[in-house]
Design a protein around this ligand. Sequence first.
Ligand code: F0G
Length: 338
Amino acid sequence: MSGIIARWKSRLPVGPRTPIVTLGEGATPLIRADRLAARAGLKSGQVFLKLEGCNPTGSFKDRGMTLAVSKALEEGARGVLCASTGNTSASAAAYAARAGLRCVVFLPKGKVAAGKLAQAVMHGAEIAEVKGNFDRALALAVEAARAKGWALVNSSNPHRLEGQKTAAFEIVEQLGRAPAAQFMPVGNAGNITAYWRGYRELGVRPRMFGWQAAGAAPLVRGRPVDDPKTLATAIRIGRPVSWEGAVAARDESGGAIGAVGDAQIVAAQRLLAREEGVFCEPASAAPAAGLLKLARGGRVPEGPIVLVLTGHGLKDPDAASRQRPRLRRVPARGGLRL
Ligand code: F0G
C-alpha cells in the first residue's frame, strides 16, 4: 500500500488496529531549480524544490490529514471539523469522504481561493462561511468540535504534525543528506514545527527559514496582527497557533523568519512558472521570494537549500488571471504566423 503511513509506520503513532485512510499521499518530487539558483547568484545544483502540490488534493495538508482522519476513525469520531484558509478544508473534505465521515469546514468569507472551495464542495463538506478572518473561524471550529465531540483536524491536532514531519524524512532520503537550509511559507506555523520535529528525529539541523507575507507577519513583528492582509490567502493569518513551535524551529536551527511583500510573491510565482516549469499557488512562492531577497543582500546560506512549494497553482486560478496574457485572435480558417 502507498501513502505516508505505510511508508513511515514505525515513526508514527499507529497500531495494528488503526484503520488507514489514504489517498497515496507523500513521495513528492524534489527537483533542482538551476535557473532560480542562477537568479540568486548561486551554483547549479544548490537549490531544490519540494513539490508538495503533487499530493492527492494538491497541497502538503494531505500528509497530516491521512493520519488525523485515520486516528479520528480509530477513536470512533462521527465527523471531523476544521477552520481553513482553503487547503486544510479541501484535504479534510477528501479524506473524510474516503473514510465515510461527515466533515464541516469553517471558512473566512470571500478569502478562500476558488480551486480550494471547489474541492470542499465536490467532496461534500458542509460549509460554514464565517464573517471574519481565519483566526475567528478557528475559534468557532474549536467551540463546535468541543460541543459535538468531533475531531478537530486543524494543525493543533497532534496527528497532523506527526504526519507532516514525514516530508523532512523524504527530503533527507532524496538529497542523500540533510539540506543546509530549508525555506518555507509560514501561516499558522504548524508545518515549520512539523518539519523541525522530523529533522530533529533524524538528528540533523538544517537552518529553518520561514517566510510570511508582509501584511500578515505576526512572527516577524513579534505580536499578533488583528487584520492580516495579503493576496496569498493561504497564509493570511494573524494569530498562528504554533507560534512557539515556529520560534523554536527558528532559534534552535539558527534560522530566521522574514517577510516578503505581495509584489515579490507574485514576481517569484511567475518566475517559478516561467523559468522552472512549476506552477505553485502564491503562498508557496514566498520562499522563492525570500531567497531572492536574501540574495540581494548577499546573505544566502551556503550549501544545498530546499524550498518547500506547499500548494499547486491550480488552487488559485484568480491569481494567475491577474497576469493578462497577450492573446492573438485567429479566424477559424486562418493561420497564425509565429
Ligand atoms: N502554504 C499553503 C499552500 C497553505 O495552505 C498553508 C496553510 C501554508 C503554506 C502555511 O502552513 O499554516 O502550517 O504555517 N494553510 C492552512 C489552511 C492555514 O487552512 O489550509 P502553516
